[in-house]
Design a protein around this ligand. Structure first.
Ligand SMILES: [Zn+2]
Ligand SMILES: [Zn+2]
Length: 239
Protein backbone atom coordinates (compact mmCIF):
# COMPACT_ATOMS: atom_id res chain seq x y z
CA UNK A 1 0.00 0.00 0.00
CA UNK A 2 2.72 2.42 1.02
CA UNK A 3 4.70 1.44 -2.04
CA UNK A 4 1.66 2.13 -4.27
CA UNK A 5 1.25 5.61 -2.74
CA UNK A 6 4.93 6.39 -3.17
CA UNK A 7 4.68 5.26 -6.76
CA UNK A 8 1.87 7.73 -7.47
CA UNK A 9 3.64 10.57 -5.67
CA UNK A 10 7.03 9.88 -7.18
CA UNK A 11 6.71 8.11 -10.52
CA UNK A 12 9.89 6.73 -11.97
CA UNK A 13 11.21 9.30 -14.40
CA UNK A 14 13.23 7.04 -16.62
CA UNK A 15 13.06 3.56 -18.15
CA UNK A 16 14.35 1.02 -15.61
CA UNK A 17 16.44 -0.65 -18.26
CA UNK A 18 17.84 1.91 -20.76
CA UNK A 19 17.19 4.96 -18.56
CA UNK A 20 15.60 6.97 -21.36
CA UNK A 21 13.34 9.66 -19.85
CA UNK A 22 9.59 9.16 -19.45
CA UNK A 23 7.09 8.27 -16.76
CA UNK A 24 7.19 4.67 -15.59
CA UNK A 25 5.61 2.58 -12.84
CA UNK A 26 4.99 -1.03 -11.89
CA UNK A 27 2.45 -1.44 -14.70
CA UNK A 28 4.99 -0.24 -17.24
CA UNK A 29 8.49 -0.26 -15.74
CA UNK A 30 10.37 0.01 -19.02
CA UNK A 31 10.00 1.70 -22.41
CA UNK A 32 8.41 0.26 -25.56
CA UNK A 33 11.76 0.04 -27.28
CA UNK A 34 13.17 -2.16 -24.49
CA UNK A 35 10.00 -4.26 -24.61
CA UNK A 36 10.29 -4.72 -28.39
CA UNK A 37 13.91 -5.79 -28.04
CA UNK A 38 12.98 -8.26 -25.31
CA UNK A 39 10.37 -9.84 -27.57
CA UNK A 40 12.92 -10.05 -30.37
CA UNK A 41 15.49 -11.69 -28.05
CA UNK A 42 12.97 -14.40 -27.15
CA UNK A 43 13.31 -15.79 -30.65
CA UNK A 44 17.09 -15.48 -30.85
CA UNK A 45 17.72 -19.23 -30.95
CA UNK A 46 16.29 -22.70 -30.45
CA UNK A 47 15.44 -23.87 -26.92
CA UNK A 48 16.38 -27.24 -25.43
CA UNK A 49 13.12 -29.17 -25.12
CA UNK A 50 13.87 -30.17 -21.53
CA UNK A 51 15.69 -27.32 -19.79
CA UNK A 52 14.73 -24.46 -22.13
CA UNK A 53 18.31 -23.22 -22.53
CA UNK A 54 19.15 -21.54 -25.81
CA UNK A 55 21.11 -23.93 -28.00
CA UNK A 56 22.82 -23.46 -31.32
CA UNK A 57 21.25 -26.23 -33.36
CA UNK A 58 17.78 -27.63 -33.44
CA UNK A 59 18.58 -31.18 -32.28
CA UNK A 60 16.10 -30.79 -29.45
CA UNK A 61 18.09 -31.65 -26.33
CA UNK A 62 21.17 -29.75 -25.05
CA UNK A 63 24.48 -31.40 -24.13
CA UNK A 64 23.78 -31.11 -20.38
CA UNK A 65 20.38 -32.78 -20.63
CA UNK A 66 21.67 -35.58 -22.86
CA UNK A 67 24.56 -36.24 -20.45
CA UNK A 68 22.21 -36.45 -17.48
CA UNK A 69 18.48 -36.18 -18.03
CA UNK A 70 17.00 -33.79 -15.46
CA UNK A 71 14.44 -35.07 -12.97
CA UNK A 72 12.22 -32.06 -13.56
CA UNK A 73 9.75 -32.41 -16.39
CA UNK A 74 10.62 -29.20 -18.15
CA UNK A 75 12.11 -25.78 -17.53
CA UNK A 76 11.22 -22.67 -19.47
CA UNK A 77 12.28 -19.02 -19.35
CA UNK A 78 10.88 -15.82 -20.81
CA UNK A 79 14.14 -14.95 -22.61
CA UNK A 80 17.94 -15.34 -22.67
CA UNK A 81 19.99 -13.98 -19.76
CA UNK A 82 21.38 -11.14 -21.87
CA UNK A 83 20.82 -7.45 -22.56
CA UNK A 84 17.43 -6.27 -21.23
CA UNK A 85 16.77 -9.55 -19.39
CA UNK A 86 20.09 -9.35 -17.61
CA UNK A 87 19.66 -5.68 -16.71
CA UNK A 88 16.09 -6.22 -15.40
CA UNK A 89 17.33 -9.09 -13.20
CA UNK A 90 20.06 -6.91 -11.74
CA UNK A 91 17.86 -3.86 -11.24
CA UNK A 92 15.32 -5.98 -9.33
CA UNK A 93 17.83 -8.01 -7.36
CA UNK A 94 20.71 -5.73 -6.56
CA UNK A 95 19.11 -2.29 -6.78
CA UNK A 96 16.01 -3.46 -4.93
CA UNK A 97 13.57 -2.03 -7.51
CA UNK A 98 10.67 -4.27 -6.54
CA UNK A 99 8.26 -2.50 -8.89
CA UNK A 100 9.80 -4.52 -11.74
CA UNK A 101 8.50 -7.80 -10.30
CA UNK A 102 4.82 -7.53 -11.40
CA UNK A 103 5.73 -7.05 -15.07
CA UNK A 104 8.41 -9.76 -14.97
CA UNK A 105 6.01 -12.15 -13.20
CA UNK A 106 3.31 -11.36 -15.77
CA UNK A 107 5.60 -12.26 -18.62
CA UNK A 108 6.50 -15.51 -16.84
CA UNK A 109 2.79 -16.31 -16.39
CA UNK A 110 2.28 -15.68 -20.10
CA UNK A 111 5.07 -18.12 -20.92
CA UNK A 112 3.33 -20.77 -18.81
CA UNK A 113 0.03 -20.16 -20.60
CA UNK A 114 1.75 -20.66 -23.95
CA UNK A 115 3.50 -23.92 -23.02
CA UNK A 116 1.10 -26.89 -22.72
CA UNK A 117 3.92 -29.00 -21.19
CA UNK A 118 3.38 -27.33 -17.81
CA UNK A 119 0.09 -29.18 -17.48
CA UNK A 120 -1.86 -29.01 -14.25
CA UNK A 121 -0.01 -27.29 -11.39
CA UNK A 122 -1.09 -27.72 -7.75
CA UNK A 123 1.39 -25.48 -6.03
CA UNK A 124 3.93 -22.75 -6.83
CA UNK A 125 7.14 -22.71 -4.79
CA UNK A 126 9.89 -20.07 -5.07
CA UNK A 127 13.58 -21.01 -4.72
CA UNK A 128 14.80 -19.63 -1.37
CA UNK A 129 17.64 -17.13 -0.94
CA UNK A 130 20.54 -17.89 1.33
CA UNK A 131 20.25 -16.36 4.81
CA UNK A 132 23.14 -14.05 3.88
CA UNK A 133 21.50 -12.68 0.75
CA UNK A 134 18.19 -12.30 2.60
CA UNK A 135 19.94 -10.24 5.24
CA UNK A 136 21.69 -8.04 2.70
CA UNK A 137 18.72 -7.61 0.35
CA UNK A 138 15.83 -7.82 2.78
CA UNK A 139 13.55 -9.50 0.24
CA UNK A 140 13.51 -12.55 -2.01
CA UNK A 141 12.97 -11.55 -5.64
CA UNK A 142 11.79 -15.05 -6.60
CA UNK A 143 8.98 -14.81 -4.00
CA UNK A 144 7.77 -11.60 -5.65
CA UNK A 145 7.82 -13.26 -9.07
CA UNK A 146 6.07 -16.39 -7.73
CA UNK A 147 3.32 -14.31 -6.10
CA UNK A 148 2.62 -12.45 -9.34
CA UNK A 149 2.45 -15.71 -11.30
CA UNK A 150 0.11 -17.21 -8.70
CA UNK A 151 -2.13 -14.15 -8.84
CA UNK A 152 -2.41 -14.23 -12.63
CA UNK A 153 -2.90 -17.96 -13.01
CA UNK A 154 -5.06 -18.36 -9.91
CA UNK A 155 -2.65 -20.84 -8.33
CA UNK A 156 -1.58 -21.30 -4.74
CA UNK A 157 1.90 -20.02 -3.78
CA UNK A 158 3.75 -21.30 -0.74
CA UNK A 159 6.96 -19.63 0.37
CA UNK A 160 9.30 -21.30 2.82
CA UNK A 161 8.56 -24.88 1.68
CA UNK A 162 12.18 -25.31 0.62
CA UNK A 163 14.90 -23.86 2.80
CA UNK A 164 18.66 -23.70 2.58
CA UNK A 165 20.34 -26.10 4.93
CA UNK A 166 23.63 -24.26 4.86
CA UNK A 167 24.92 -21.02 3.48
CA UNK A 168 26.86 -21.78 0.38
CA UNK A 169 29.43 -19.52 -1.30
CA UNK A 170 28.12 -17.46 -4.19
CA UNK A 171 27.51 -19.75 -7.15
CA UNK A 172 28.95 -17.24 -9.59
CA UNK A 173 32.38 -17.50 -7.97
CA UNK A 174 32.61 -21.25 -8.54
CA UNK A 175 33.44 -23.59 -11.41
CA UNK A 176 30.82 -25.98 -12.70
CA UNK A 177 32.05 -28.95 -10.63
CA UNK A 178 32.35 -26.79 -7.54
CA UNK A 179 28.82 -25.51 -8.07
CA UNK A 180 27.36 -28.99 -8.13
CA UNK A 181 29.30 -30.07 -5.08
CA UNK A 182 28.40 -26.85 -3.34
CA UNK A 183 24.71 -27.55 -3.85
CA UNK A 184 24.72 -31.13 -2.61
CA UNK A 185 22.21 -31.13 0.22
CA UNK A 186 22.11 -27.34 0.19
CA UNK A 187 18.30 -27.50 0.17
CA UNK A 188 15.68 -29.31 2.24
CA UNK A 189 11.90 -29.41 2.43
CA UNK A 190 10.41 -28.02 5.64
CA UNK A 191 9.34 -30.76 7.99
CA UNK A 192 5.64 -31.45 8.17
CA UNK A 193 4.87 -30.10 4.69
CA UNK A 194 2.75 -32.56 2.71
CA UNK A 195 3.72 -32.61 -0.96
CA UNK A 196 2.43 -36.10 -1.67
CA UNK A 197 1.23 -36.44 -5.27
CA UNK A 198 1.49 -32.70 -5.89
CA UNK A 199 2.46 -31.21 -9.23
CA UNK A 200 4.83 -28.35 -8.45
CA UNK A 201 5.94 -25.25 -10.31
CA UNK A 202 9.32 -24.07 -9.05
CA UNK A 203 10.14 -20.39 -9.63
CA UNK A 204 13.60 -18.88 -9.92
CA UNK A 205 14.95 -15.72 -11.52
CA UNK A 206 17.74 -17.18 -13.66
CA UNK A 207 18.57 -20.66 -14.92
CA UNK A 208 22.31 -20.95 -15.51
CA UNK A 209 23.91 -24.36 -15.02
CA UNK A 210 20.62 -25.79 -13.79
CA UNK A 211 22.18 -27.11 -10.59
CA UNK A 212 19.77 -25.17 -8.33
CA UNK A 213 16.78 -26.40 -10.34
CA UNK A 214 18.01 -29.99 -10.29
CA UNK A 215 18.78 -29.98 -6.57
CA UNK A 216 15.45 -28.38 -5.59
CA UNK A 217 13.61 -30.86 -7.83
CA UNK A 218 15.38 -33.73 -6.11
CA UNK A 219 14.28 -32.66 -2.62
CA UNK A 220 10.70 -31.98 -3.77
CA UNK A 221 10.39 -35.40 -5.41
CA UNK A 222 11.94 -37.04 -2.37
CA UNK A 223 9.29 -35.31 -0.26
CA UNK A 224 6.57 -36.95 -2.36
CA UNK A 225 5.84 -34.48 -5.17
CA UNK A 226 4.62 -36.23 -8.32
CA UNK A 227 6.27 -33.88 -10.80
CA UNK A 228 8.21 -30.62 -10.94
CA UNK A 229 8.29 -27.98 -13.69
CA UNK A 230 10.46 -24.88 -13.63
CA UNK A 231 9.84 -21.33 -14.77
CA UNK A 232 12.53 -18.66 -14.70
CA UNK A 233 12.74 -15.10 -15.95
CA UNK A 234 15.87 -15.78 -17.98
CA UNK A 235 18.06 -18.66 -19.05
CA UNK A 236 21.56 -19.22 -20.37
CA UNK A 237 22.90 -20.38 -23.69
CA UNK A 238 24.28 -23.88 -24.02
CA UNK A 239 25.35 -26.40 -26.64
ZN1 LIG B 1 14.13 1.41 -22.23
ZN1 LIG C 1 18.76 -28.95 -21.74
Amino acid sequence: MLEKCLEILFPQEYCSICRSPGRYNSKQPWCQECMDQMIELQCSGVNCQRCGKYVQDGSGICADCSREAPEFELARAVGPYEEQYRIATKVLKFMGKKYLAPQMGSMMAEKIRQEPGFGKIDLIIPVPLSANSMQVRGFNQTELLAKQIGKELGMKVECGVIHRVKDTPHQSELTREEREKNLLSAFAVKEGVDLKGKSILLVDDVYTTGSTARECTRVLLRAGASRVCIITWATGRGF
